[in-house]
Structures are given as structure tokens and as C-alpha cells.
Ligand binder design. Structure first.
Ligand SMILES: CC(C)(COP(=O)(O)OP(=O)(O)OC[C@H]1O[C@@H](n2cnc3c(N)ncnc32)[C@H](O)[C@@H]1OP(=O)(O)O)[C@@H](O)C(=O)NCCC(=O)NCCS
Length: 150
């Protein structure tokens, strides 16, 4: 997979993937705000320059907060999510960050399995954190400790 920094002109395509892949998608403004804030925002492509996915990482002191990771639905289940997560881990290590943290919906077993396989641990649960189709849903807070590397 090829990758490069997300540019403002990528946002319409990114937001379209986001819309297809999530029940509660980020808005265009959410992505614009991330670029303005200077968060590490990266888009991933195949050789035919088809956009496959993206990720957004916020550095908070010596931590990486994984704000978004997404693979286009038509190409999910082919290892791209794992590759993008590997990028997140490598970027964090190279930036001397000591912890990667993220929140994931308790119903999102697919993403949780991906994180657990990559060595993340469940740190805590934020009750009723997300809006859901019916009522609200818990967020599972997960972390990957990188401190032994620095
Ligand atoms: C979560 C997501 C990024 C995974 O990307 P992906 O490219 O489909 O995942 P991969 O093909 O790399 O699979 C990696 C692992 O995820 C898990 N996984 C993938 N597809 C799965 C499925 N249909 N059911 C259960 N687990 C699945 C498996 O553990 C898999 O490892 P394995 O192939 O060794 O069994 C993708 O499903 C996605 O974009 N979802 C919508 C957005 C989202 O939920 N983002 C995370 C928010 S916290």
C-alpha cells in the first residue's frame, strides 16, 4: 500500500468513505479541523491510486491518540486495516511516543479484534459514551504501551 499526508483536496473522498463505513460518520468539518490542527493525517492507496483508507493521529504530549482509522468497505477484510494500524504504531515509535490510546464502540468487535491482535489492551470502559441507534453505547478505551522502546 502507498501512503501520503492527507491534503484538503482529499477530504471529499475521505468523507465519502467515512460515510459508507460508519453508522455515525465524522463530518467534512471534523476532517478539516484535524488538518487545521496539524494532526498526523494519512491516506492510503493501491498501485492504481484508488483510495483504500486513512488514519488520523493526535499527538498529546508523549501519547498518540488514534482519532480515526478506516478502510473502504469494498476492500475490508484484506489486511489493509492491519497495515494502516502498523503505520500508526511505527509512526508513534519513530516519534518517541510512549502510549497509543483509542476509543472503540463496544459493539465494534471487528476493530477490537484488530487492536487486540496488534497487542493493545483494554484499559477501561466509558459508559454511554457514544450515541447509538437506540440510546447510547459504551466506549472501550484501549492502549498499546510503547514505553519499553524509549
Ligand atoms: C476496523 C477496520 C479498520 C478493519 O480493517 P480491515 O481492512 O477490514 O481489517 P483487516 O483485513 O486488516 O483485518 C485485521 C483483523 O481484523 C479482524 N477482522 C477483519 N474483518 C473481520 C470480520 N469481518 N469479522 C471479525 N473480525 C474481522 C480480524 O481479526 C482480522 O485479522 P485476521 O484476518 O487475522 O483474522 C475496518 O473494518 C473499518 O474501517 N471499519 C469501519 C471503521 C471503524 O470501525 N474504525 C475503527 C473505529 S475505532
Amino acid at each position: 500500500m502507498l501512503s501520503r499526508k492527507m491534503q484538503p483536496q482529499d477530504i471529499p473522498e475521505v468523507a465519502a468513505i467515512e460515510q459508507d463505513a460508519n453508522q455515525f460518520p465524522w463530518s467534512i468539518k471534523n476532517f478539516e479541523d484535524c488538518l487545521k490542527a496539524g494532526h498526523q493525517s494519512r491516506v492510503f492507496f493501491n498501485e492504481a491510486t484508488e483510495m483504500l483508507g486513512y488514519t488520523i493521529i493526535q499527538k498529546v504530549v508523549d501519547e498518540a491518540h488514534l482519532l480515526n482509522i478506516c478502510v473502504k468497505p469494498s476492500v475490508q477484510g484484506q489486511g489493509f486495516g492491519r497495515e494502516i494500524l502498523n503505520y500508526v504504531v511505527e509512526f508513534s515509535k519513530n516519534s518517541a511516543l510512549v502510549l497509543i490510546v483509542l476509543e472503540v464502540r463496544s459493539s465494534n468487535q471487528r476493530a477490537q479484534t484488530l487492536y487486540l491482535q496488534a497487542g493493545f489492551n483494554e484499559m477501561s470502559v466509558r459508559h454511554n459514551y457514544y450515541p447509538a441507534k437506540q440510546g447510547r453505547e459504551d466506549a472501550v478505551l484501549m492502549g498499546l504501551d510503547l514505553s519499553f522502546l524509549v
